[in-house]
Design a protein around this ligand. Sequence first.
Ligand SMILES: Nc1ncnc2c1ncn2[C@@H]1O[C@H](COP(=O)(O)OP(=O)(O)O)[C@@H](O)[C@H]1O
Ligand SMILES: Cc1ncsc1CCOP(=O)(O)O
Ligand SMILES: [Mg+2]
Length: 266
Amino acid sequence: MQVGTTLGAMRAATPLVQCITNYVAMNVAANVLLAAGASPAMVSDAEEAGEFAAIAGALTVNIGTLSAPFVAGMRAAIAGAEGTGTPWVLDPVACQATALRRRVAADLVALKPTIIRANASEILSLAGEASRGQGVDGRDSTAAAQGAASRLAQRTGGVVAMTGAVDFVTDGMRAVRIAGGSSWMPLNTALGCSLTGLCGAFAAVAAPFEASVAALALFAVAGRRAHGAAEGPGSFAPLFLDALHQVGPDDLDREARIEVLEVAAA
Ligand SMILES: Nc1ncnc2c1ncn2[C@@H]1O[C@H](COP(=O)(O)OP(=O)(O)O)[C@@H](O)[C@H]1O
Ligand SMILES: Cc1ncsc1CCOP(=O)(O)O
Ligand SMILES: [Mg+2]
């Protein structure tokens, strides 16, 4: 897949990405998007969120620190995005954990996100299957959740970008696995949330499946590069930001480990 071309297009556009994300992720995700080449804006109040979505290249919606004002802002923003045909990405953080999260996540999935980016435990929960997720951290393998991801994509008509030690992306018909990254990534809070924002950045310039693959591949390549130079989760964080900025289109094509799957294997 031509992920390098997609990266070049994203950087050329510097897309404005509206991120409705949690308090933990706001700063981390903004820095990740800036380093990768996008223009993030954390705009979530219901009074302005719909208006902003109409001028953004993409919207991302994350339920990490859920509250009634956040939900109102999400609904306003999604309505604004739908009005202009703007792509939007859902991150159902810890959607298995509480009744509130299960209900809000199900309501948002019913609005048919362009992309759902989540860990395997969250995908299993959204698909109505048993999840071993603990809080915001995934505890299921993506291999065990491929069927759930495919069914979810078929139900929404969108793309499911599922992450873990090996990532899996499907639109219900096509599927790929992406290897790479670092075992220190899940020990850095909000990297999953930041990747959701990056999916939005790519979706502003490319079709949802290609956008998701490019975003996850960039994380995988940058994570692998940073791992080689880091000594632990703390030194990993700045090295990862540097790598996100330094990986170019040719590097991405050369270093990305993307396996295109037969549909029957998905
Ligand atoms: N064990 C691992 N080895 C390599 N990369 C990982 C590992 N776990 C997660 N990642 C990477 O970390 C990023 C965030 O994924 P993940 O931790 O699944 O999200 P979340 O924080 O939403 O649970 C993704 O790029 C994923 O590929
Ligand atoms: C720790 C925490 N608590 C609520 S949201 C959040 C951030 C989770 O970030 P990620 O799912 O990207 O690791
Ligand atoms: Mg995480």
